[in-house]
Design a binder for this molecule. Structure first.
Ligand code: M6R
Length: 615
C-alpha cells in the first residue's frame, strides 16, 4: 500500500529517492517523505501530506543537506490520517534513527503501551513510530543497527516491510519483510532497496528477491541477506525484463491512457513463446502434466478486477479442460471452511503479486494440501514465490490504479492455461486449433477496436458527464465484462455503476430502470449461440421498453441489435471465449473519458492504491 525506496552509494541520494518515489507513487499518494544522512553524519528528514509534488516543492524551497545514504516513502494511510506528522519516515533515538514501513503491525498497541510505560512519548498516531521507538531502544542497548533491527522484527506481528538507518552508521540501510514486498537492486558500487523494481529500474535491472521473514543489510559494496534469526540466506537473483521508459508516461496524458493503448502489445507478450504450431504449450508448466491430469477441481481466487478475469477463466477452463472450476473472492475464501484437498488446484490471479487477501488465500490453500499456481504480472513478487508454479503475464509495468492491460493479459493467460490444460487432459475438441488461431489474432483485433471506437466512445462519455448512474449487462463471458465495466467507472469517475448478469435483470435490478437510465449491454455473437444472443436481445427490449438509454457492444454485422440500441459500439468477429478481451476495451475508454470530462485524476483516484497489501 505504501512505496518504499532505500539507497546507499556514492551519489547524492535525494534525487535518487525522489525519482524512485515518483515511480512508486501509484502505491500510495496521500503523503511522502525522505530521510538522508548528510556528509557530516547528521540525519535530515522532510515529510509532507499530499502528493509527492508537495514534498518536492518543500525540498526545492528548503533543501536537506546532501548525503549519499537515504530512505524514502510514499504513503497510503492506515493508522492515522494523511498528515505531515503521520507521514513517514518516523524518527527515534534522539532523531538519529529513521524508519519507514509498509503494512500493518498488528500488535502495535501492546508494544506502544510497553514503550509508554518506559517513558517514551509518541508524536504520531502510526504503528510505524512504535517500530521506530522499539528500534531506538534496541540500538541503544546493542550499538549495532542490524542486530537491533533483528530484535525488533522478531517482536512484530502482522505484515511489514521496514527500512531503517542510523546516523551513527552512514552507508548502511537495513530492511526486512513479512507478507509485504521488498526487492534489492544491485548497482556498481551502490545498492538499492524498493517495494518493487520500479524504485530503481532506471539505475539497474539486476535484482534480488528477498524471501518471507528475511532481512537485508546493504552498503555500497555489499548485500547481506539473513533470516530473522540471523542465519545467512541466498537471495534469488532475477533480471528486470522491462526498462525505465516502460514505466514513464511517454507523452500520454495519463498512465491509464498509455496502458489502455498498450493492450495489443501486452496481450501479444502474454502469448509469446506459448504457442507451438496449432497448440498451446506453456513452457513454465513443463513437468506438471500429472498434476493437471490428476486434479478433480479448480478454484480460482483473486480480488477486484483480477476476480473478473477469473470468471472468464472459469468458462474457458471448464470448456477446454473439462474440470469443474469455482471462483472465490480471496478475502472470503479462508474465512469459511472450503472443501480443498490434494486433487484441488488453486489458481491465484494478481497483477501486483502482493495483494494481501490473495496471498493469504494461497497460503491457506497450501496449508490445506492444495497445489497452487499463480497468474502474475510482477517478477519477484510474493504470491508467485508462495505458489508451486507461476504463469507470468508479461504485460509490463501497470502504473495507473485502474487495471486495464493487466486485465486483458490476465484473461489471455487464463485462456492459454485452459488450452494448455485441455491439451494435457486430452479434452480439447476438434476446433481447438481454430481457438489457438483466434488467440493469436487477439492483439490485432484489440488494436482495431482502439483505432475504430476510441473517438466514438470518448464522445459518448463527453455527452454523459453529468450522468449519476450507469448499468452494465452481460451474459456468459460478457457477464464478467459487465462487472469490470462497472468497476472501472466507479473507480475513476466516482459515478454509481452496477454490473449484472443480464438474466438476473427480471429478478430485481430491472426496477432501477427509468427513462434515460444509461445501460451498456455486452451482446454475445449470434454465431456462437443464437439462443444466448436472442436472450440478450430480449433483455435489451425489456429495458428499452422502460425508457433505458441502451448502448450496445456487439460484433460487426450483428443487425439484430440495431432497432433497440441508442448507440452501437462494434468489435471484430472472434471466438466466443475471446470476446471479453475485445469488449472490455470500449468500457475502459468510456470510464477514462468520463473521468477526464469530470476533471478527475484517472491515474490516482481518491481513496485507492494500486496494490492492496493490507487485509
Ligand atoms: O494486484 P492485484 O491484481 O492482486 O489487485 C487486485 C485488485 O485490487 C485490483 O484488480 C483492483 O480491483 C483494481 N484497482 C481494479 O482496477
Amino acid at each position: 500500500m505504501c512505496g518504499i525506496v532505500g539507497y546507499v552509494g556514492p551519489r547524492p541520494s535525494q534525487d535518487i529517492l525522489l525519482a524512485g518515489l515518483a515511480r512508486l507513487e501509484y502505491r500510495g499518494y496521500d503523503s511522502a517523505g525522505i530521510a538522508v544522512i548528510d556528509e557530516q553524519g547528521d540525519l535530515g528528514m522532510r515529510k509532507k501530506a499530499g502528493k509527492l509534488a508537495m514534498l518536492r516543492d518543500s525540498l526545492a524551497e528548503h533543501p536537506l543537506a546532501a548525503g549519499t545514504t537515504g530512505i524514502g516513502h510514499t504513503r497510503w494511510a492506515t493508522h492515522g490520517g494523511p498528515t505531515d506528522v503521520n507521514a513517514h519516515p518516523h524518527l527515534a533515538d534522539d532523531d538519529k534513527l529513521a524508519v519507514i514501513h509498509n503494512g500493518i503491525i498488528e500488535n502495535f498497541n501492546v508494544l506502544r503501551d510497553e514503550l509508554i510505560s518506559e517513558g517514551v512519548t509518541f508524536r504520531s498516531e502510526t504503528d510505524t513510530e512504535v517500530a521506530a521507538a522499539l528500534l531506538g531502544r534496541e540500538y541503544r542497548a546493542s550499538g549495532d543497527l542490524a542486530s537491533a533491527f533483528r530484535a525488533v522484527v522478531n517482536r512484530l506481528e502482522g505484515a511489514f516491510t521496514l527500512l531503517a538507518m542510523h546516523e551513527d552508521q552512514p552507508g548502511v540501510v537495513v530492511g526486512a519483510r513479512r507478507n509485504s514486498p521488498l526487492v534489492i537492486g544491485l548497482g556498481e558500487g551502490e545498492n538499492f532497496l524498493g517495494s518493487d523494481v520500479a524504485a530503481f529500474v532506471e539505475h539497474t535491472r539486476k535484482a534480488l528477491a528477498i524471501g518471507q521473514d528475511q532481512m537485508v543489510t546493504i552498503t555500497p559494496s555489499s548485500v547481506e541477506v539473513t533470516d530473522f534469526d540471523g542465519n545467512p540466506v541466498e537471495a534469488q537473483p532475477f533480471d528486470v525484463s522491462w526498462d525505465a521508459a516502460a514505466a514513464e508516461k511517454g507523452g500520454w496524458p495519463s498512465f491509464m491512457a498509455k496502458e489502455v493503448a498498450e493492450q495489443p502489445d501486452a496481450v501479444a507478450n502474454t502469448i509469446r513463446g506459448r504457442v507451438q504450431g496449432d497448440q498451446v504449450v506453456i513452457p513454465e508448466l513443463d513437468g506438471l502434466d500429472e498434476l493437471f491430469i490428476g486434479i478433480d477441481r479448480v478454484i480460482i481466487t483473486a480480488c477486484g478486477t483480477a476476480s473478473y478475469a477469473a470468471l472468464v477463466g472459469k468458462y474457458a477452463i471448464e470448456q477446454w479442460a473439462r474440470v469443474p472450476v469455482d471462483v472465490e473472492l480471496a478475502h472470503e475464501f479462508r474465512y469459511r471452511d472450503p472443501v480443498i484437498g490434494d486433487k484441488t488446484l488453486v489458481i491465484s490471479i494478481s497483477q501486483s503479486g502482493e495483494t494481501m487477501d490473495t496471498l493469504m488465500a494461497v497460503k491457506y490453500a497450501r496449508e490445506r494440501g492444495a497445489r497452487t499456481l499463480s497468474v502474475c504480472n510482477t517478477q519477484g513478487a510474493t504470491i508467485p514465490r508462495e505458489s508451486d508454479a507461476v504463469v507470468y503475464t508479461h504485460a509490463g509495468p501497470e502504473v495507473a490504479v485502474a487495471s486495464t492491460k493487466a486485465f486483458s493479459a490476465q484473461i489471455t493467460a487464463l485462456l492459454l492455461l485452459g488450452l494448455h490444460m485441455g491439451r494435457v487432459r486430452g479434452s480439447l475438441s476438434d476446433s481447438a486449433a481454430s481457438d489457438v488461431a483466434e488467440l493469436q489474432a487477439l492483439p490485432e483485433k484489440i488494436a482495431q477496436v482502439l483505432a475504430e471506437e476510441q473517438e466514438h466512445v470518448a464522445q459518448l462519455a463527453g455527452w454523459m458527464a453529468d450522468t449519476r448512474s450507469v448499468l452494465f449487462l452481460g451474459r456468459h463471458v460478457g457477464y464478467p465484462i459487465a462487472l469490470e465495466g462497472a468497476l472501472k467507472l466507479k473507480e475513476i469517475s466516482y459515478i454509481h455503476a452496477e454490473g449484472f448478469a443480464a438474466g438476473e435483470l427480471k429478478h430485481g435490478p430491472i426496477a432501477l430502470i427509468e427513462p434515460g437510465q444509461p445501460v451498456f449491454v455486452i451482446v454475445p455473437s449470434p454465431r456462437h449461440s443464437a439462443l444466448v444472443h436472442s436472450k440478450v436481445v430480449s433483455n435489451i427490449q425489456e429495458i428499452r421498453a422502460r425508457g433505458a438509454r441502451v448502448i450496445v457492444i456487439a460484433e460487426e454485422g450483428d443487425a439484430a441489435v440495431l432497432p433497440f440500441a441508442d448507440e452501437v459500439i462494434r468489435i471484430p468477429l472472434t471466438g466466443a471465449m475471446f470476446e471479453p478481451v475485445l469488449a472490455v476495451v470500449p468500457l475502459q475508454i468510456f470510464a477514462m473519458a468520463l473521468a477526464t470530462a469530470k476533471g478527475l485524476d484517472v491515474d490516482q483516484p481518491r481513496n485507492l492504491a494500486k496494490s492492496v497489501t493490507v487485509e
